[in-house]
Design a binder for this molecule. Sequence first.
Ligand code: ASP
Ligand code: MG
Length: 475
Amino acid sequence: MSLVMKFGGTSVGSAEMMRRTADLIEKFKAEWGDVVVVASAMGTKPVKVTDILLNGSKSARQGDKAAYESAAVQLRETHDKAIDELIESTEERAALKAEIEGFITRFLDICGAIWALQEISPRTADVIGGMGEQMSVRVIAAYLRQRGMAAQALDATDLIVTDDEFQSATPIIELTEQKTKAGLEPLLADNVIPVVTGFIAATVDGVTTTLGRSGSDYSASILGRALGSKEVWIWTDVDGVMTTDPRIVDNAQTIPVLTYSEVSELAYYGAKVLHPRTMRPLVESHVPLRIKNTFNPDHDGTVIVTRAEDNISPQGVKAVTAIKGLHMVTVEGRGMLGVPGVAARTFQAVAQSKASVLMITQSSSEQSICFVIPEDTAVDVVSHLEDAFAEELKNRDIERIGQVDQMAIVTAVGSRMQGVPGIAGKMFTALGDAEVNIIAIAQGSSECSISVGIRESDVAAAVQAVHELAVEASR
Ligand code: ASP
Ligand code: MG
């Protein structure tokens, strides 16, 4: 069974990193046999090739010829520098540079068309945005070949079939499976390492799409599913997902095993882990996804499993997250009691302002509904609410729309908190002992997380206190 390994922009961003990446590919190819590599475009912020490409196309649309021409120069320099540093053979170097130049010419041609029309469609943006991956995989594959590995660059436009939602396309599972198997299995059988572009795909008609920014992780999981791989590995620069933010708590640790629902919960409540979309292809196929550290490759990292029986973690709190910059809104009044539709109207008004609601609570007396939203959406949300309930506010059926600013949500996550009595109690005791005032409480019915709304200024104390429960649980 195969292993899919995804390397991000940093891992292929310089000659030095490219060597390290090749070392890892060589090592795990020897251990696993069948290895598929997925790569992003070169570069780390502030110079990411994808950004150079997309900003170039925006400049073209704004009529700034000099800016997109200088983007082309930057693209050429970035790739040529890596090629000069990595590729020894003169002929190989020239051939590779000619290939890169082909993409740059195409970039300039398309930018010329955008410039002339002063218009750019999402479809055109995808063609341009995806060129970074098309260039990087060619450099990586050539370098692997120089190192003696049989490697071949492939465009995922020939493997992953999506709908035509440009900029954020969704794969069509069966067609993708057919094409991916047809494209990759013969190579694997010949012991070749396919080096596949992340981020891009194509419609049924072969028109290039992209899976959304940072979509290369998603590409890896789509391929892992299509191939029925044993595991998908995302190489990054940390040992995996931590129990909490190590800048707030010094004894934060790597979590060995997480479930899909825990990852979703963590991502929702502000932890910088994978986008839940990345996990989706792996949920039904039960292919585990592992986060590994390029700088510490012998560490097992964090594995994300989809089957409950694979979750071998101890019971209790597993991780703690915090989101700051929030605002709490309370709709309250005695006239709400037993009146149907108040909640629906409240959230309809919120939806009009397109704010995302992070937490909701309602008192059982039905005299208040309270919810937490990002601070920068507060003014808009409150004005929509005031419009929606103008009548009730006038009649005093709703007394006020209350607001608390500078709020934060601290969330304890752990799917095996379920069925363990007293975890919420422990959490509140820990917060009380740390003198943190809890303003609102919510527990998802999945019992996979417990959240508290607190003052932003209490975040560090709250996270430290709740994290102790995670430390205790891991013993
Ligand atoms: N290169 C793409 C981006 O910058 C995809 C990725 O890096 O995952 O968004
Ligand atoms: Mg990424």
